[in-house]
Write a protein that binds this ligand. Structure first.
Ligand code: FES
Length: 197
């Protein structure tokens, strides 16, 4: 009778660098804790809600501003300050595409490519922007950290497309080549003013 085969030694489990979503690896931020100011801001905000879960969206916006993007640490910090389940914060942050889950440039340029904007040249605008700033859509910040570019869904300014959003600021007017040049030059000089100001 053949002896039973000796079982192969079990591979030692490696500690994970950070918690993972199923099938998803999100980048982690250099920062691991909210600043005291952001923490205070979230606490003040949370005090206005009888149910702290309801404060998750605005709290994530505060964390996004503080961290530069919504990293896993940012989500954990929001959960800790609000006293709500981490899974809830993770679910909210990953459901909404408007939260940046990856690092972005100082100027995050978003071009809507939905139907109205597509019919009015959105693809061309997106291509032009990517070429001018040296950052491909969705590929993270440019080498100098100044720019990132993203193709996004409707920005609710369908009548004036192709619609461009710079950080939180939506351009409610047609952005032609001259306007784009002017806008990028202002960003490079550091005197960018949000649309309409
Ligand atoms: S379709 Fe582009 S803003 Fe609505």
């Amino acid at each position: 009778m053949n002896p039973l085969p000796t079982p192969a030694p079990m591979a030692k489990a490696q500690p994970a660098e950070s918690p993972l979503a199923p099938g998803q690896r999100l980048p982690e931020s250099r920062l691991r804790q909210l600043s005291p100011q952001a923490t205070a801001e979230i606490q003040t905000l949370a005090a206005k809600y009888p149910d702290k879960l309801a404060a998750t969206l605005p709290a994530l916006y505060i964390a996004q501003k503080d961290f530069g993007f919504v990293s896993l640490s940012a989500m954990l910090e929001v959960a800790k300050v609000l006293g709500v389940p981490e899974g809830h914060v993770f679910g909210v942050a990953t459901f909404y595409t408007l939260f940046q889950k990856r690092p972005v440039g100082k100027y995050h340029l978003q071009v809507c490519t939905n139907l109205s904007c597509a019919l009015n040249g959105a693809a061309k605008l997106l291509e032009k922007i990517a070429e001018k700033v040296g950052a491909q859509p969705g590929a993270g910040p440019s080498e100098d950290g100044l720019w990132s570019v993203e193709e996004v869904e409707c920005l609710a300014s369908c009548g004036s497309g192709p619609c461009l959003q710079v950080n939180d600021d939506v351009y409610d007017e047609y952005v032609d080549e001259a306007k784009l040049e002017e806008l990028l030059a202002a960003c490079r000089r550091g005197d960018y003013r949000p649309w309409g100001e």
